[in-house]
Every structure is written in structure tokens, then in C-alpha cells.
Design a protein around this ligand. Structure first.
Ligand code: NAG
Ligand code: NAG
Length: 466
């Protein structure tokens, strides 16, 4: 027995001495990085964020990673509110306590919050935690269970820094449609931007007249939409998508400041009642039908607007409808974005020079498989013709093609434009056309290949035209 204790004590003594020795060695090491002034380290931390808006609660990245390296870095990270002001939390990654800590560490800096939770109890605690910080909300994006919205206690809170709010519903099978819920936000003098998903009967009461940018996703009908828009007299940018059948309506509405408008054409048209005298950019999506071309024509005539950019998408558009739509906007449009139109139809529509005679920028976005050799040939013909049209027509200045192969494969030579097609495109670039050809696809991961680029600007426009 005595030996057992003796041996144990001996071993403890040996290990303690060993630990002491390692500690002394370790203390003697000078880490140059730790001799930096804390302000410099802070600056380095801030630059670690890259271009991502949000920071997420993962120990493998962001502030949590920086805070686990050593005591000194931890202290610096914890006391750098800028690192904590853009939390993005969701139901899987998150504990409510961590979220609270994150918000506390943001000090009083403007908060950009993204919160996504389908767990009602968790979402409710998180909302409660973030409401305590409502005085420094700047941009909040909530995707929460439907049942939670009517209970948000925001009515008496004040939001002196709030500029943008995004509200989405996470709908679950068993949830009841709420008919008497109201989300009220007052005291938000800087609020200009709202992005609202389907709110299934929950009414939203926010300072509409201040808004300059509004997105209404999957709004139920045109009548409700118009009622709401009547209060939004300052809107500059509007995105609306409507689903469901819409009863006929006789209302009309002028939005005097609106410059950019994007809508779908699912049921009856929101374009019918609208007059937009300042409109510059128009986007239409989804099943464009023959009657829509007439509505579009009347809308353009009535609005008498300085429209110069049109974005149009929809795979099922009939060739004559496409032509009619393009004729309706032909007088002014110089910038055309097309998404998902069948190549042959699009090229046939663009062939007559009376259609869009002032076309300067053409961006084509194909998402459904490879373009055939014939498609490339037709495309080259159209570009060629529009590069040197007979006067008084304008000539094409920029052309972007983004072609997504989908899941079938990528960077296979078979999918690329042929050598002779590439030679033609290069010749266009040499002649001064700004041109960008991008091929994208997915095999294991999504990747893109830029086949030719004589203008990065064009691509920027393509990536975020609206
Ligand atoms: C809001 O957050 C959701 C989920 O993170 C995201 O998918 C969506 O794009 C965000 N919306 C806006 C307008 O930022
Ligand atoms: C908001 O304030 C008013 C008056 O100050 C009060 O009557 C009301 O109950 C408050 N509402 C909430 C939800 O706290």
C-alpha cells in the first residue's frame, strides 16, 4: 500500500516538474503577433470578415474563432463591438444565450440581424432578446413561425436607427391562418426599406409613406396590394409578386416617384391599374400571356415614362407575345435583360431591326442546358447586325451571355462555344463591343467559367439588375 502511494506521489512530482518546465519554455517564447498594439490587432480582426455581411455562431469562423485562440485575442475580440453587430442565427446553429451575448457585445452599434427559427419557443425568446436592442436595430431580417408574429411586442418600442425590415413566415402544416394579427412598427423615422413575405392574414402597420423601397412577395391579390400601395407615395423601387386569381377591379393608382418596378404576371395584372410617370426600369416574370402585351402597351402609353431598361423572363412565352411585348417598349428601351427565354424565340424576336431599334445593352441569361451550335450562330448574327445597323438606329455597346448548364455537367469542351464562335466573339470585342461570356454549371459544386470578358461592369449589372 505504502509503495502504491509512494509511486503515485513520485509520479505526480515528476509530471508537475515536467509541466513547470514546459510552462517556463512556453512563457519564454515571444509571439511577435502578441506584441502588436491592440488597435492593430483589432483592425486585423475587422479585416478578417471579408465581404460577408453576417457573422455566424460557428467556432470555425468569425468572432468565435478569433476569441478562442488565446486570452489576449479573446479579450480583444470580445471588446470589439464591430465584430458582433451583424449576427445571423438560425434554429439549428443557435442557443438563445449565445444570441443574447452576441447582442450585448455589439454595444450600441447599428445592428444588422438575420434570425431564422421555426421553433416557436426559441424564436420567441430570441425576438424578446433582440427587442431589448430595438434602439439600435438598423437592418433586421426575421423568418419566424406564423403564430409568433401577432405577439411581437413592438408597438411601443422605438427604432431610431431602423432603415430596413424583412419579415418572412416559416409556415408549418398545423399552423392556423391568423386573421386578426397585427405587426405594428411606429417610431422608426429612418425606415425606408421593407421586404415582406406572405403574411397569411397578419396585418402590417409600418410607416408606409416613408418607404422608398418595398418588396411584397406572394401577396394574395391585386386589390389588397393596391390598397397598401396607396399609402406608399414616396416609393422609388417596388417589387411585387402576386399569386392566386384576382377579381376584376377598376381602381387606378399613380406612383409619382417610382423608378424601378418588378412584377410577376401570374393572374390579373398589377400593371393594369398603375401609372408610373418616372419609371426607368421594368421587370416582368412568369407566364407572360398574349393579353399581357396589350396591357403592357397601354401601361407604357399611359405612363409616358423614361423607361430605358426592361427585364423579361419566362420559359413559356409564345414568340408572338414576346415580339408584341418588345414592340410595346420599343421606343425607349436601350437595355434588355432576358432570363430563361428559349434561345430560338428570343433570337427570332430580336432579328427585325424595328424591334428595340435603340438597343445598346443586351444581357441573356439561359438556365436550361447548353446552347447548340445553331443557337450560337444565330446569336452571333443578331449581335453582328446590331453592331452596325443602318442609321438612325443606335448600335449595340454591350453584350453579356450567362449560360447555366444546370446539373448535367460543366467545363466539358462539348458545352463551350465552338472555336469559330469564340473567334467571332473576340472579333466583336476587338471592334469595341463590351462583351462577357460566362458558362456555369454544377457537378459536385457550382462553378463558373468566364470564356471571354472585355467588361466586368456588364456582369455586375447582370448579377444584380434589380
Ligand atoms: C433574409 O434572410 C433569409 C434567411 O437567412 C434569406 O434567405 C433572405 O435572402 C434574406 N432577405 C433579405 C431581403 O435580406
Ligand atoms: C403601449 O402603450 C400604451 C399607452 O402608453 C398602452 O396602453 C399599451 O398597453 C401599450 N401596449 C403594449 C403592447 O405594450
Amino acid at each position: 500500500m505504502a509503495c502504491v502511494f509512494g509511486c503515485r506521489n513520485w509520479m505526480i512530482a515528476v509530471l508537475t516538474a515536467e509541466r513547470q518546465k514546459l510552462q517556463t519554455e512556453s512563457d519564454a517564447i515571444v509571439y511577435p503577433i502578441l506584441s502588436l498594439a491592440p488597435e492593430i490587432t483589432t483592425e486585423i480582426f475587422l479585416r478578417c470578415r471579408g465581404s460577408e455581411t453576417y457573422s455566424r455562431p460557428y467556432t470555425s469562423k468569425g468572432p468565435l474563432l478569433l476569441a478562442q485562440i488565446c486570452h489576449q485575442w479573446r479579450q480583444i475580440a470580445i471588446h470589439t463591438p464591430e465584430l458582433w453587430r451583424c449576427p445571423q442565427f438560425n434554429a439549428i446553429s443557435s442557443s438563445v444565450d449565445l444570441f443574447k451575448l452576441w447582442l450585448d457585445r455589439s454595444g450600441n452599434l447599428p445592428l444588422t440581424i438575420s434570425l431564422q427559427s421555426w421553433d416557436t419557443a426559441q424564436a420567441s425568446s430570441m425576438i424578446e432578446a433582440s427587442t431589448i436592442h430595438s434602439h439600435h436595430w438598423q437592418d433586421v431580417n426575421f423568418s419566424l413561425p406564423l403564430t409568433l408574429y401577432p405577439t411581437l411586442g413592438l408597438v411601443n418600442a422605438s427604432f431610431p436607427m431602423l432603415r430596413k425590415i424583412t419579415l418572412n413566415i416559416i409556415q408549418r402544416g398545423g399552423d392556423q391562418i391568423v386573421t386578426d394579427g397585427v405587426i405594428v412598427i411606429r417610431n422608426a423615422p429612418l425606415l425606408r426599406n421593407a421586404h415582406l413575405g406572405t403574411l397569411w392574414g397578419v396585418k402590417v402597420d409600418i410607416p408606409w409613406s416613408q418607404l422608398t423601397s418595398l418588396t411584397l412577395r406572394e401577396t394574395v391579390n391585386v386589390a389588397d396590394c393596391l390598397t397598401l400601395l396607396r399609402g406608399c407615395t414616396d416609393l422609388v423601387k417596388l417589387v411585387v409578386s402576386i399569386f392566386g386569381q384576382t377579381p376584376p377591379h377598376k381602381d387606378s393608382l399613380v406612383l409619382p416617384a417610382l423608378e424601378s418596378f418588378h412584377c410577376n404576371l401570374m393572374a390579373a395584372l398589377i400593371l393594369e391599374p398603375l401609372t408610373l410617370p418616372r419609371l426607368q426600369r421594368l421587370g416582368i416574370t412568369e407566364s407572360v400571356q398574349p393579353q399581357h402585351a396589350v396591357v403592357l402597351k397601354n401601361f407604357i402609353r399611359r405612363s409616358s415614362c423614361p423607361l430605358y431598361a426592361l427585364s423579361i423572363s419566362g420559359y413559356n412565352i409564345a414568340p408572338e407575345t414576346l415580339t408584341a411585348c418588345l414592340i410595346a417598349v420599343s421606343d425607349s428601351v436601350s437595355d434588355l435583360d432576358v432570363h430563361d427565354l428559349p434561345p430560338a424565340q428570343l433570337l427570332a424576336a430580336l432579328e427585325p431591326m424595328e424591334i428595340l431599334p435603340h438597343l445598346k445593352i443586351l444581357r441573356i441569361h439561359f438556365k436550361r442546358g447548353r446552347l447548340s451550335e445553331t443557337d450560337y450562330r444565330d446569336l452571333i448574327d443578331v449581335v453582328h447586325m446590331r453592331l452596325s445597323p443602318p442609321p438612325p438606329r443606335g448600335c449595340l455597346e454591350g453584350f453579356a451571355l450567362y449560360s447555366d448548364m444546370g446539373p448535367t455537367g460543366l467545363l466539358n469542351p462539348y458545352y463551350m462555344p465552338t472555336v469559330s464562335a469564340m473567334a467571332r466573339f473576340r472579333a466583336f470585342a476587338a471592334a469595341g463591343l463590351k462583351i462577357k461570356l460566362t458558362i456555369a454549371g454544377r457537378q459536385a459544386t457550382h462553378s463558373t467559367h468566364v470564356a471571354l470578358d472585355s467588361s466586368s461592369e456588364l456582369y455586375m449589372c447582370l448579377a444584380a439588375p434589380w
